[in-house]
Write a protein that binds this ligand. Structure first.
Ligand SMILES: *[C@@H]1O[C@H](CO)[C@@H](O)[C@H](O)[C@H]1NC(C)=O
Ligand SMILES: *[C@@H]1O[C@H](CO)[C@@H](O)[C@H](O)[C@H]1NC(C)=O
Ligand SMILES: *[C@@H]1O[C@H](CO)[C@@H](O)[C@H](O)[C@H]1NC(C)=O
Ligand SMILES: *[C@@H]1O[C@H](CO)[C@@H](O)[C@H](O)[C@H]1NC(C)=O
Ligand SMILES: *[C@@H]1O[C@H](CO)[C@@H](O)[C@H](O)[C@H]1NC(C)=O
Ligand SMILES: *[C@@H]1O[C@H](CO)[C@@H](O)[C@H](O)[C@H]1NC(C)=O
Ligand SMILES: *[C@@H]1O[C@H](CO)[C@@H](O)[C@H](O)[C@H]1NC(C)=O
Length: 421
């Protein structure tokens, strides 16, 4: 490029830029921002963020406030526009929460939105001391059971307490029925709404400790996702011909048609278990084997039309009906098999003993043979003589044994020969 031309190009570009900037400044006036941004707790886990309006806004401006939330530097995508000078939000307390707001003139391209005004809520206490793994289950629309574990950096004797609040409750309540088992905290509180209610408010839960060092933590729970029905009770079975009729009690805390049931049954072997889904509190199973014993259990699950919970009740206790043929059969086998085995073992042992004596006659002592062969008599004739007499006696007894055996054997042989004839 020609060096003499460069300044000219620069000046040209600068002029363009200046013109654009001037045009923008002339057309779009930057609005003043809101002032005095502040917050206050209106419930255990609910904040009211408030601010004052900007000054000198022209009457032609249709003023609105845009606000947004950033948690631990992560934008939450919860941008909102409103004309009111406050915004109510949930808070979690265990993370840094930043709130920002600016003023805008709606339907007006002659003014630019103001800069953002921010304020933040910093977590209190030592990092890693907040309760973790909070989970809650709403049992039978009657009571809530919440469980959690202490934070990694919390001392083992931390006395966490749980408080809860929901829209409709004037003040928050403290959960008093708490216990700790193997490092797991558990707290139970009553929670019920009129039976006609079909929407439930979110439940705010705060877990904290009186000590300043323990970091508090908030959670918001949607109760409809936590519904767990009570276990069906009073399961009764009756049998007519080849049909079994099953009935069980209904929970009286649930509205009509908000539960369905699973009936699981099997006869004898567990692999053949069947599950059927039932809408009522009874059902009948046709075509059953009249000679089999059937075992039943029932559990309940909320219908998705009523609750978005995926939790089943526990299975009811097992009930059975029918002949106990199977178990008596097994009983007979368990008793008879060992007896048969024991008897045949005894017979076999007796037989083997006889056989051994017949096949393997007593083995002569090799030392004796050697002694005789090499004529050790000259060592001590008296002892040898004694030895010899002892051996002779032994030999005599053994021979007699064999003889007696042969003798006892013979009659049988004779008998069988007789039979054969
Ligand atoms: C939040 O605070 C403002 C100003 O004090 C008040 O007008 C508003 O009613 C409060 N909002 C709630 C939900 O309490
Ligand atoms: C608002 O306008 C008045 C007069 O129009 C002026 O005196 C005042 O300084 C302005 N305030 C601000 C903050 O611009
Ligand atoms: C704002 O922009 C719209 C088109 O986007 C235009 O019709 C209107 O005249 C503009 N108003 C001003 C005040 O510039
Ligand atoms: C526990 O405390 C240590 C030291 O203060 C810190 O480095 C660690 O991140 C904490 N643990 C958690 C889970 O925050
Ligand atoms: C928890 O409570 C018990 C009994 O009230 C007390 O002895 C213990 O020091 C407390 N733990 C903490 C960490 O304050
Ligand atoms: C505490 O909860 C248990 C169930 O976990 C319940 O049996 C007991 O009656 C409750 N105690 C009180 C005082 O509410
Ligand atoms: C089944 O439901 C009916 C009607 O709700 C009730 O009258 C009956 O007692 C229930 N059966 C059992 C075993 O509770």
């Amino acid at each position: 490029m020609d060096p003499t031309r460069a300044p000219l190009l620069c000046r040209l570009l600068l002029t363009v830029c200046w013109v654009v900037a001037a045009g923008k400044a002339a057309g779009a006036k930057v609005l003043p921002p809101p002032s005095n941004l502040d917050y206050s707790f209106i419930q255990i886990c609910t904040l009211n963020w408030t601010w004052n309006p900007p000054e000198n806004i022209s009457s032609s401006c249709d003023l609105e406030y845009s606000s947004d939330i950033v948690i631990d530097e992560v934008p939450q995508g919860k941008r909102e526009w409103s004309k009111s000078r406050f915004r109510v939000t949930d808070t979690f307390l265990d993370e840094e929460m930043r709130f920002k707001v600016r003023s805008e003139c709606k339907h007006d391209n002659s003014s630019e939105p103001s800069r953002w005004v921010e304020t933040s809520l910093l977590p209190k206490g030592i990092p890693g001391t907040a309760a973790v793994d909070l989970s809650c289950v709403w049992h039978n629309l009657e009571y809530m059971v919440c469980m959690w574990r202490p934070g990694q950096n919390a001392s083992s004797d931390t006395n966490y307490t749980l408080s809860y609040w929901f829209d409709g409750l004037k003040n928050h309540k403290k959960c008093n029925n708490c216990s700790v088992d193997q490092g797991v905290f558990r707290c139970v509180f009553n929670l019920s709404f009129p039976k006609v209610t079909n929407t439930y408010p979110p439940i705010s839960i705060l877990i904290r400790d009186d000590s300043e060092e323990i970091r508090p933590v908030c959670a918001s729970k949607n109760p409809t996702t936590l519904v767990k029905p009570a276990t069906p009770r009073r399961v009764t079975l009756s049998k007519t011909n080849d049909e079994i009729y099953v009935e069980w009690s209904e929970s009286d805390t649930f509205p009509e048609n908000c539960l369905y049931y699973e009936v699981k049954y099997h006869n004898g072997d567990l692999d053949s278990a069947q599950i059927i889904k039932v809408e009522n509190n009874y059902t009948s199973i046709p075509g059953v084997d009249p000679n089999s014993k059937y075992i039943f259990k029932v559990r309940a699950k909320p219908k998705p039309e009523c609750y978005s919970s995926k939790l089943y009740s526990d299975w009811s206790e097992e009930k059975s009906i029918g002949e106990k043929t199977d178990s008596t059969f097994y009983f007979v086998i368990i008793i008879t098999v060992p007896i048969i085995v024991a008897i045949s073992m005894t017979i076999l042992l007796v037989y083997l003993k006889r056989l051994k004596i017949l096949i393997l006659p007593p083995i002569p002592d090799p030392r004796e043979i050697l002694k005789r062969m090499f004529g050790e008599q000259n060592e001590d004739s008296q002892i040898c003589e004694k030895d010899d007499s002892v051996h002779a006696y032994d030999k005599f007894i053994k021979e007699e044994e064999i003889h007696s055996l042969i003798l006892t054997e013979t009659p049988e042989y004779v008998n069988s020969e007789k039979e054969n004839r």
